[in-house]
Design a protein around this ligand. Structure first.
Ligand code: CS2
Length: 497
């Protein structure tokens, strides 16, 4: 194998003989999107949409400055530094074709952990028009049961008393907004790109709760001046594997220390509520709508919930990837039944969308064998995901007299998964969850108290007090613990009325 060419600005022209490379010029940037949480998803989604727009000659004056607020962001910081913030996006088609392309829309990346002042100044700069976020469901710091801001977090407590020493996203946003107000600058738009229903409203509510506790006048200014468009974001972006890096080097001759892989599908539906300007994303397929709520709900309760249904049941059964799950006929039919009988009935009207087509498209996307989206990625942080993706559907079906059995088995499977941290054959599973220990302790009590797991109120609300739910759940959890045979339980669910 010839030595691959290292990805950086100096080599970009040479790389142009190997892959599509961009030729837009960072010196034209006058308007910034400051993005907090530069994970694979951001690089496959917002940063890619900006790339598409620049490729047709639009938004040449816009660029993205990434921000990392976690220790784990140091790795990307180091890699971006060496690669001049360039990275390869590798689109993987179901037929096996892979299409890598170099993206150049991120022009800088700063670490809040190392240099908070630089991050604050960047957010407070006149050129910053939008601050966007992908900080994951857990990053919003709300109690899933009460929906209120969680003031118990020690970093939040620190920030309330030391506004100039921010640690969390809320600390950074308030100090930066305060500087903008004091300098007489317009506020930036705050754009949430996370999988949370009403993500803009949620961000607004959390930020205002925090700001009120810190500086009530500032909170009033934020409430008046900052816009928080809701948005529905969608593109399946698996974790990058060492093989992805190797294939890029071997088959395409490019050495990128952290490329991003994704499916061909991409969607972004956003409310057109940007108080300080925005790129003309509509030119590259972004849908601007007056109310994003129905789209968000559909995506979260079908795609994301569907992922969790396959992921948790699949993990127990020993499946490693989402495509392996849907290839298994029982899993594919279980998913379809869950979507038709439990998810769709509580969605309400979604204008212009045929939900049967949507189910078919989900099955097609999930079955992409080239993506190899790991079940472990899907199961990670279930404590932050499930209240929004799945438990909300159970609550709504209980209230409306609808079916709950498909989703309830997933909760019972999650209990077993959290307790044993192994699949039904005893193979260890690595649980990644901010609440891992608490979940484990609660689940461990199941044999003594079958409802122990669902008594965790911050996740399940008052489900443990609902007789209809507890009867079904206890039966299911007992059955899983009795013979660890999830397929048998799935067949039971499918065959009972
Ligand atoms: C997944 C999402 O995190 C999850 O459990 O369902 O990351 C999903 O792949 C994306 O939201 C797709 O847009």
């Amino acid at each position: 194998m010839k030595t691959p060419v290292e990805l950086n600005q100096k080599n970009l022209q040479q790389i142009g003989n190997l892959l599509p490379v961009p030729d837009y010029d960072h010196s034209l940037i006058r308007s910034e999107i400051v993005h907090i949480g530069v994970g694979g998803f951001h690089r496959a989604h917002l940063a890619y949409y900006l790339h598409l727009l620049k490729n047709i000659g639009g938004a040449l004056d816009w660029g993205i400055c990434g921000i990392g607020l976690r220790q784990a962001d140091r790795k990307l910081h180091r890699i971006f530094k060496a690669q001049d913030h360039l990275y390869t996006l590798i689109v993987k088609h179901p037929g096996g074709k892979i299409e890598p392309e170099v993206i150049k829309t991120i022009f800088d990346f700063k670490l809040g952990t190392e240099n908070p002042e630089q991050v604050i100044e960047r957010m407070a700069a006149a050129d910053t028009k939008i601050v966007s976020l992908t900080i994951t469901e857990g990053g919003y710091n709300f109690n899933a049961n009460t929906g209120e801001f969680n003031f118990d977090d020690p970093d939040v407590q620190h920030e309330l008393n030391n506004p100039d020493d921010p640690k969390t996203v809320y600390g950074f946003l308030t100090v930066a907004l305060k500087r903008r107000r004091d300098k007489g600058l317009a506020a930036f738009t705050l754009l949430s790109c996370d999988n949370i229903e009403h993500n803009g409203h949620m961000l607004r509510k959390m930020l205002l709760s925090f700001a009120e506790a810190q500086d009530a006048d500032l909170a009033k200014w934020i409430a008046r001046e900052v816009s928080f468009p809701n948005s529905m974001v969608d593109r399946i972006t698996p974790m990058t594997t060492p093989e992805d890096i190797e294939i890029l080097a071997r088959n395409f001759g490019v050495q990128d220390a952290w490329p991003v892989t994704c499916e061909p599908f991409i969607q972004w539906v956003v409310e057109n509520n940007f108080s300080n300007g925005r790129p003309a994303f509509e030119k590259v397929g972004v849908q601007f709508v007056p109310d994003v709520a129905p789209y968000e709900k559909m995506k979260l309760r079908m795609l994301n919930a569907g992922h969790s249904v396959l992921g948790l049941l699949g993990a127990l059964n020993g499946h490693l990837t989402i495509d392996a799950c849907v290839e298994d006929e029982l899993f594919a039919s279980y998913l379809c039944e869950f979507l038709k009988k439990e998810a769709i009935p509580v969605l309400g009207e979604i204008e212009g969308i045929d939900l049967t087509d949507y189910i078919n498209s989900l099955l097609e996307r999930f079955s992409n064998p080239n993506i190899k989206d790991s079940v472990s990625r899907i199961c990670a942080e279930s404590s932050a995901k499930l209240p929004k993706f799945l438990i909300a559907t159970i609550h709504e079906n209980l209230a409306g007299g609808g079916s709950i059995k498909f989703a309830t088995l997933v909760i019972a499977a999650w209990c077993y998964y959290s307790d044993k941290q192994a699949d039904e054959n005893g193979q260890p599973l690595e649980v990644k969850d901010a609440m891992k220990e608490q979940l484990h302790q609660a689940a461990k009590q199941t044999t003594i108290d079958p409802l122990a797991f669902i008594k965790q109120k911050s996740i399940f609300g008052n489900l443990a007090e609902n007789k209809q739910f507890t009867e079904l759940y206890s039966k299911m959890v007992r059955s899983i613990y009795a013979d660890a045979n999830i397929k048998k339980d799935m067949i039971d669910v499918m065959s009972t009325k």
